[in-house]
Design a binder for this molecule. Structure first.
Ligand SMILES: [Fe+2]
Ligand SMILES: [Fe+2]
Length: 332
């Protein structure tokens, strides 16, 4: 801390106190201890977590929309039951993450207001449309698969409530990934038309899935600090590479091809080389110009307004219960 001429001793005392807190925080992070809600933490660490966790929570609930489009059109009762369970899981993920964000002192109402006003983002992948039933499979296999690759390291995130929420979320995401794979396998091994439908879905979802890992390492604005704080454990490019290497043998097992002529095994690096992601498309979707940005946020606002009576009823019930227990307390 820089000494300020004429500064009071009290101010200096407060400053050195903060230095001690910061040293304790840094030591805890270095020792792989979890930071808990009651612990002191730097304002920027708190703000980074709120931004990341809110974006994650928003992605979970907006992500319900593209797949929910197919619930009424699922081809069998079994597929409908599976899809309903999956979409409900995503609502649950949103709930865990909003609750985890509340431990940082930011309420869910505030976060939802920011989402609805376009001041906080959600994953751009959900701004693409689900054109056929096979898209439900491609989302499960590729989008949930990419989410798992991103999120497994978050189970070791330095912030305790986020890390613990991610453990359960990752277990559920694994089921989502497998149901997508199984759905695509059934289509791939079905009629020629079903096989073509599965291939078309993979062709459309492959590149947006690679974009889910964020911009290349050199252009990633928040990565270095998040890595130092042990919120982030691997770089965007490392995770993207890992995802490609996982998907290639799975695509072979599915009997489907990945739409990248540059995809090939590189013995020297022990991983696959792959083509360049179209980052101009990523930036366009991020800026709100994807195929479904407007539709997604309009639907989200409508769902929030339609649910106002539930929130009002819950608040009225809680007030009534509290008044009742006050009366009992007075009577006693
Ligand atoms: Fe999820
Ligand atoms: Fe999922």
């Amino acid at each position: 801390m820089t000494a300020v001429a004429g500064g009071t001793s009290a101010a200096e005392g407060a400053g050195s106190g903060e230095d001690a807190f910061l040293a304790a925080f840094d030591a805890a992070v270095a020792a792989e201890e979890r930071i808990e809600p009651r612990d002191w933490m730097p304002d920027a660490y708190r703000a980074t977590l709120v931004r990341q966790m809110a974006q994650h929570a928003h992605s979970e609930i907006i992500g319900m929309q593209p797949e929910a489009n197919w619930i009424t059109r699922a081809p069998s009762l079994r597929r409908k039951a599976i899809l309903m369970a999956k979409v409900q899981d995503e609502a649950g993920h949103g709930l865990y993450l909003y609750s985890a964000t509340e431990t940082l002192g930011t309420g869910r109402d505030e976060l939802l207001d920011k989402l609805h006003a376009g001041r906080q983002k959600y994953s751009s992948i959900f701004n693409y449309p689900t054109l056929t039933w096979a898209d439900v499979g491609a989302i499960g296999w590729l989008v949930d698969g990419a989410a798992i690759t991103n999120q497994v390291p978050l189970c070791r995130c330095s912030y305790g409530p986020y890390a613990r929420a991610m453990i359960r979320i990752c277990k559920e995401e694994s089921f989502h990934q497998r149901q997508g794979f199984e759905l695509l396998l059934a289509l791939s091994e079905g009629t020629p038309e079903q096989h073509a439908m599965a291939q078309d879905a993979v062709d459309r979802w492959w590149w947006p899935s690679l974009m889910m890992f964020g911009p290349p390492d050199g252009e990633s604005a928040h990565s270095a600090q998040s890595t130092a704080w042990k919120i982030k454990r691997f770089s965007n490019d490392e995770l993207r590479q890992r995802f490609v290497d996982i998907c290639v043998p799975q695509a072979e097992a599915l009997g489907l091809t990945l739409p990248d002529p540059d995809l090939r095994w590189n013995e020297e690096k022990g991983g696959h080389d792959f083509g360049t992601v179209d980052w101009s498309e990523f930036q366009a979707v991020l800026k709100g110009n994807g195929p479904c940005n407007e539709e997604r946020i309009t639907q989200r606002r409508r769902a929030h307004e339609d649910g106002a009576w539930v929130r009002d009823a819950a608040a009225a019930y809680a007030a009534k219960q509290a008044a009742g227990s006050d009366e009992k307390a007075v009577a006693a």
